[in-house]
Ligand binder design. Structure first.
Ligand code: ADP
Ligand code: MG
Length: 248
């Protein structure tokens, strides 16, 4: 039996006349790294938005840990342990890294201290531990806006980890990052998976990156599922090659 933590079944999402996702079905296996690829405009981000409850879908079912979630709101789904990051970085440039970490847990149940904008020593310890995990410990009191773009991406990743997600959806985590820093980010993502046990679903533009990380890859084209399989099979799939060559 498969151990799918996320099951997408027959999902369709339209924007007016545009069918952004059409009858998509896929599984995200628990504890694994799953890749989602496809040319620009093929519907990858739309599918992420549907999974995390950012917008309602027109047809289909989405299950998380066996439970239907397609009618639940974003906050509710996040509290269940399913989180996403964005293509555009969302950090607070005028706050230091630690502060960014401490305010990044809106999905947790509000406690007494949170209501006054305070934090517990456990929160602070956790923030520092996770900043260390992504390699930003030395920079923890720098303003987030003074970090390099790649470091801001690492901070954003650490901010997501503050929420202790069961599954993390990453939308083009390496986009815009200096190629020399990409390997460091890949390493952190892999360690989040292997050491922290977080299931990852990653949209990635860089084929080398996703081939290196994913256990299984799904490829979208024109809003439909074009191919699925292990990286080696996807790399050599003529339909996938044609979809990328045909993309402008
Ligand atoms: P990808 O992430 O693969 O580049 P998207 O999911 O962003 O693709 O977009 C898929 C299609 O849906 C595109 O044609 C895009 O223009 C359209 N689309 C996405 N979001 C919206 C929206 N909020 N309103 C209208 N059209 C949208
Ligand atoms: Mg996108």
């Amino acid at each position: 039996m498969s151990d799918a933590i996320i099951e997408v079944r027959g999902v369709t999402k339209r924007f007016g006349g545009v069918v952004a996702n059409e009858d998509i079905s896929l599984d995200v296996e628990r504890g694994r790294i799953t890749g989602l690829i496809g040319p620009n405009g093929s519907g990858k981000t739309t599918l992420f938005n549907s999974i995390v409850g950012y917008h309602p879908i027109d047809a289909g079912v989405i299950r998380f840990e066996g439970r239907e979630i397609q009618r639940l709101r974003v906050q509710r789904i996040a509290r269940l342990g399913l989180l996403r990051t964005f293509q555009q970085t969302r950090i607070y440039a005028k706050m230091n890294c630690v502060k960014n970490m401490l305010i990044s847990v809106p999905h947790r149940k509000m406690g007494f201290l949170d209501m006054f904008g305070r934090h517990t020593s456990e929160d602070l310890e956790k923030a520092e531990r996770l900043l260390d995990f992504v390699g930003l410990y030395e920079k923890r009191y720098l303003l987030a806006g003074d970090l390099s773009f790649g470091q801001q991406k690492l901070l954003e990743f650490a901010m997501a980890l503050m929420n202790e997600p069961t599954v993390l959806l990453l939308d083009e985590p390496t986009a815009g990052i200096n190629p020399t820093l990409i390997n460091g980010l890949i390493d952190r993502l892999k360690r989040a998976n292997s050491e922290l046990g977080i299931t990852l679903l990653i949209i990635e533009h860089n084929m080398r990156v996703i081939m290196n990380m994913a256990d299984k890859i799904y490829c979208l084209a024109h809003g439909r599922l074009l191919a699925e399989g292990p990286p080696e099979a996807i790399r050599n799939d003529q339909r996938v090659i044609d979809a990328y060559l045909g993309a402008h």
